[in-house]
Design a protein. Structure first.
Length: 148
């Protein structure tokens, strides 16, 4: 492996694989692929035209930052008002690149505003899982059922 190599994590497991803490997962990847540099993590979704990225140090916070045309806010799920910086709330994105769609998306993701970005802390309890890995899992299940 070249010394400038890095690991690019796009996530998307949605409870269909083994469960690891983020730190354990990244340590396993770095050991397996012999990568000494930081890991880059991407946060995005089909409904957004833009993505957020973070550089991750083992044991450090995973702070997502995006380009200047996307903004986020973190709101209280009951009042829908922004929570004070450092408190957990629901993540809302305003993506100006969504020119043929809605510009604002309220997610089921829980986050905390950090310096220059946000830290994901999980999903709102009892909310259904969504995402491309679920579509792939559904396709695999349907394919297996059709093959039998």
């Amino acid at each position: 492996m070249h010394e400038d190599s890095l690991i690019f994590d796009t996530g998307g497991f949605k409870n269909f694989s083994r469960s690891y803490s983020e730190n354990d997962f990244y340590k396993l990847l770095k050991d397996r692929f012999k990568v000494k540099t930081k890991i880059v993590n991407m946060y995005g979704m089909t409904e957004l035209s833009s993505q957020y990225y973070s550089k991750i140090e083992l044991g450090g916070k995973n702070i997502k930052r995006g380009p200047h045309w996307i903004r986020f806010k973190i709101i209280d799920p009951i009042t829908e008002q922004e929570v004070p910086k450092g408190e957990i709330g629901l993540l809302v994105h305003v993506d100006l690149a969504n020119i043929n769609s809605v510009p604002a998306i309220q997610t089921g993701d829980l986050a905390i505003e950090r310096e220059g970005g946000f830290e994901l802390v999980g999903r709102q309890p009892l909310i259904e899982s969504r995402g491309c890995s679920l579509s792939a899992q559904q396709w695999i299940e349907e394919y297996q059922n059709d093959s039998n």
